[in-house]
Design a protein around this ligand. Structure first.
Ligand SMILES: [Zn+2]
Length: 101
């Protein structure tokens, strides 16, 4: 009777400890990753991860309208109606309609 109860207790306690350890390891790994990102953001301006650099470039380009002329590709301001590079008429930006009412 006592032995069975002790075994059950030990098994449950063991599972609890294993789960707790896994949780601690996961949190620790996450914290390390966040610290690495923070360090990179603060000090690693020159050598950023290529994916981060691409994401930043995409954000810069996002609000802009690229010229549809394949030989031009000039990035115009969202409100521009004609290309600043070659003068071609730009297609109206679908996304900005709400912003201007
Ligand atoms: Zn153009």
């Amino acid at each position: 009777m006592m032995l069975a109860e002790t075994t059950v207790f030990v098994v449950f306690f063991g599972l609890f400890v294993i789960g707790l350890l896994a949780f601690i390891v996961a949190v620790f790994a996450m914290v390390l990753r966040v610290i690495k990102w923070t360090m990179r953001g603060l000090f690693g301006g020159g050598h950023e991860h290529p994916a981060i650099r691409r994401a930043k470039a995409a954000r810069f380009v996002k609000g802009r309208v690229q010229c549809s002329n394949s030989g031009c590709g000039y990035l115009n301001r969202p409100e521009a109606r004609y290309c600043g590079g070659c003068g071609r008429a730009l297609a109206p930006a679908r996304k900005d309609v709400d912003a201007y009412g």
